[in-house]
Design a protein around this ligand. Structure first.
Ligand code: SF4
Length: 481
């Protein structure tokens, strides 16, 4: 492997984040953790968005040689440019030891070329994307290409999917990032020189773990770099509970409805009337705790291929909630989803607000943002709202694991409901896995037997979340006595 085989756009970006990440990605790739399923799914979405971008340029020609055949790919790119091909996909260039592939290289009417980078994101994020387009600009200009415009093409969240085949024009938005790309290109040469120096070191540079391990990207070497660190669990340290901060629990009227939702937010909308990355609630779990200690459970999961679950989700949840008591949630996530549903379904607003009048101002504000009015009187009665995380665990519980303003349910369960089965023992063990499982259920290609197993796993996961809230509540309520 000679030096020109060592730097690519992605390695350059890795090197910006951390010299050790760059070094390992070239010399010790075997130490990387394989991409988790959620990341693989993101790659797959990126490929689909890339294909949509290519569809905007009929007559475009793909440089078919893969990344291992960079020299041939560069030659093919040069030939296509010389032949007058106006749109080249995966155009290949090498300059100053850096290899790049340009998603779309588009010939401009008045001369010169447009470099188009395609992302499955919703907007241009300079922290992430400027180095990406900047290093490509540096390489292309160094290779003698007359780059005059640089564009980041991304999904347009304002697009409303009408159903059927995706139309590649309205679903994608183009942001002109020429100025940022050109400015960054001016800074690349010394960065490359430093990266080549790091790559030539006889052993990995010594770098301590820190913020760079997760920002702007999760580093694939994190498990290796932290292999000797203690897990910092500190579960044996008792939680100090300030019972004076538990008044919200005392004031919460029974029955208590502990609620948790699972959702998807597909980059490419699955249902007519929805937009890229719109959050679609699919599943709810509800544990009801009565004043006499009786605990009952109810749940709903609406994941039929081709059917938007949103309305059935809301109506079934409202059916399951009574008209008195307390709606207990563990963050604002559930309330945000309910407000969005209230916006989407005007005919259900009155019923939603009669059940959860605490949403009145939020829903009114959300509608105002859209230039609409909430034409309903403020209802009386209904359920109170209680955020078990923000209003109870956060002010009342003191433990090192809650440091830094964290009060996540996963930490709270470990400390306050340790007898519950570990999440890692569940077939679906976190929100990212739940999203993938729901998308599997929504795929018409999932065999019935597999769908049934996935369904059971999802129900078990969501049920565990609400049972965890019940146990956290019981533990803390014990401090009131
Ligand atoms: S885990 Fe952190 S220190 Fe280790 S290579 Fe990655 S970014 Fe660098």
């Amino acid at each position: 492997m000679d030096l020109t085989d060592r730097l690519s756009k992605s390695r350059f970006v890795a090197g910006l984040q951390c010299p050790l990440r760059l070094y390992l990605s070239v010399h010790r790739r075997d130490l990387a953790t394989p991409p988790p399923p959620a990341l693989q799914a993101r790659f797959a979405v990126g490929n689909r968005v890339g294909a949509l971008a290519q569809a905007r340029y009929p007559g475009g020609v793909l440089v078919a040689e893969d990344h291992f055949r960079q020299r041939e790919a560069v030659a093919t790119t040069r030939r296509l440019m010389a032949e007058g091909v106006r749109d080249i996909f995966e155009a290949a260039f090498t300059y100053d030891d850096i290899k790049v592939r340009v998603d779309v290289l588009h010939k401009l009417e008045d001369g010169g070329w447009e470099l188009i980078e395609v992302k499955s994101t919703t907007r241009y994020d300079a922290a992430k994307h400027q180095p990406d387009v900047g290093v490509q600009t540096y390489v292309l200009r160094g290779a003698g290409v007359d780059v005059r415009r640089v564009t980041l093409m991304h999904l347009d969240t304002g697009y409303v999917y009408p159903g059927g085949e995706y139309d590649p024009h309205p679903i994608l938005a183009a942001t002109d990032v020429t100025a940022d790309a050109f400015a960054y290109a001016e800074t690349v040469a010394p960065l490359v020189a430093e990266m080549m120096r790091v790559l030539a070191l006889p052993r990995p540079p010594e770098i301590a773990c820190g913020r760079q391990c997760t920002t702007p990207y999760e580093c694939e070497f994190a498990a290796w770099c932290t292999r000797d660190a203690s897990d910092g669990d500190q579960s044996d340290v008792p939680v100090r509970v300030d019972s004076s901060a538990l008044r919200r629990l005392e004031r919460a009227p029974h029955p208590l409805f502990f609620a948790d939702f699972e959702t998807i937010n597909p980059a490419l909308p699955l249902f007519p009337g929805t937009s890229p990355y719109q959050v679609i609630p699919v599943q709810w779990s509800l544990h009801r705790l009565d004043a006499d200690g009786t605990l009952t459970h109810n749940e709903g999961l609406f994941a039929t291929p081709g059917e938007d679950p949103s309305e059935a989700f809301l109506t079934s949840l409202l059916d399951a909630l009574g008209d008195t008591g307390t709606f207990v949630h563990y963050s604002s996530y559930e309330l945000t989803r309910l407000v969005e549903l209230g916006v989407r379904f005007p005919h259900l607003r009155e019923r939603l607000l009669a059940t959860l009048p605490g949403l009145y101002d939020r829903l009114g504000g959300k509608l105002l943002d859209r230039g609409e009015q909430l034409d309903l009187p403020r209802p009386e009665g209904g359920l109170s709202l209680l955020d078990l995380g923000r209003d109870v665990v956060k002010p009342a519980c003191d433990h090192p694991a809650f440091g830094g303003g964290k009060w996540s349910i996963k930490i709270a369960v470990r400390l306050l409901a340790p007898d519950l089965p570990a999440y890692s023992s569940l077939a679906v063990s976190d929100g990212a896995e739940a999203m993938l499982a729901i998308e599997e259920l929504l795929s018409p290609e999932t065999p019935a037997e597999r769908a049934e197993a996935v369904r059971e796993a999802l129900l078990g996961y969501c049920r565990q979340d609400t049972l965890a809230m019940v146990e956290i509540y019981r533990t803390l309520a014990g401090h009131l006595a």
